[in-house]
Design a protein around this ligand. Structure first.
Ligand SMILES: O=C(O)CCC(=O)C(=O)O
Ligand SMILES: [Fe+2]
Length: 291
């Protein structure tokens, strides 16, 4: 067994020491408290598409968690540009104030999984069966799988000082993230539960939010060590510009085993691809069809 493998094995066993197991007993899924906590999280996800699992990481581990991601922040691949809530290109046939024409600047940076320390908190959590089961339970799934993707399983989202993530919908059904560094000020997460629904974009409501109307906006000021589960497919959301960097670790899950991201997407997010991405794409297309 190599040193790396030994470290990974030790990390796996120690992986949930950092979790506040009194508040969030993910090691005891049969317990009454676990079931009660689960019911609260599921209710929040069903009601508002958003659950805050506050104080998930014990305070004694906060400094280590913050340092773990801050220590790799300079490995981030930056991208910036202008986006609409739908990530579409301009559609000049629509009126200028239409949500599909409302571009806002974004800048963002992601650190790939292969930069994370193998003996750190983030990888240990991601690979721990109790954590995986907890996330699966929260999302009321029969089974969720960690990614096989060597870059995308856990990524750090680094928001540099002054950058914002403007209003948008996610293409993913849900996102699981852990705040590892709070902005010195600002950096709040804002979201509008169920602003759109299948078959109806509710463009008037979206336009109101883009124009600054606040009646549908909820705000969440996450603290270091809080875990968040968010369903962003129908709930438009953003992160407000802050002072000081803001860091989150994002944990990726799929409904099928073996997920490896596409070459084009991986290149956009990380600025590079590995052989695993090229091989996966070749296999996916072995039927000769495009997608
Ligand atoms: O960092 C966050 O809290 C939200 C990130 C987000 O909305 C996204 O990555 O799509
Ligand atoms: Fe998002």
């Amino acid at each position: 067994m190599s040193t790396d493998q030994r470290q990974a094995k030790r990390a796996l066993h120690q992986g949930i020491d950092c979790v506040d197991l009194d508040a969030w007993p993910i090691d005891r899924p049969e317990s009454e408290r676990y079931q009660r906590r689960l019911a609260e999280i599921r209710a929040a996800l069903n009601d508002k598409g958003c659950a805050r699992i506050d104080g998930f990481i014990r305070p004694e581990y906060h400094a280590q968690l913050e340092a773990e991601v801050a220590g790799i922040a300079d490995k981030a691949h930056f991208s910036h540009g202008q986006i609409t809530p739908y990530f579409n290109s301009d559609e000049p046939s629509l009126p200028a104030d239409h949500p599909r024409r409302r571009f806002a600047p974004f800048s963002n940076a992601f650190v790939a999984m292969d930069w994370f320390p193998t003996d750190g908190i983030c990888l240990a959590l991601y690979h721990h069966p109790a954590f995986q089961r907890f996330i699966t339970d929260c999302l009321e799934q029969a089974q969720l799988y960690t990614f096989d993707d060597p870059l995308a399983g856990v990524v750090a989202n680094i928001m540099p000082e002054g950058s914002s993530l403007p209003w948008h919908y996610d293409t993913n059904e849900f996102i699981v993230s852990l705040l590892t560094k709070k902005a010195d000020s600002g950096g709040e997460f804002e979201y509008c539960p169920d602003l759109r629904e299948p078959g109806d974009e509710h463009y008037d409501d979206v336009r109101n939010v883009l124009d600054g109307k606040r009646d549908k906006v909820h705000s969440l000021a996450l603290e270091l060590g809080d875990l968040q589960i968010f369903k962003g497919r129908f709930s438009m959301h953003r992160v407000i510009a802050g002072k000081g960097e803001r860091h989150t670790a994002i944990f990726g899950y799929a409904k099928e085993p073996g997920f490896i991201g596409r070459v084009e997407r991986t290149q956009q997010v990380h600025g590079r691809v590995l052989q695993a991405h090229i091989d996966a794409e070749k296999n996916a297309r072995s039927d000769g069809l495009d997608d």
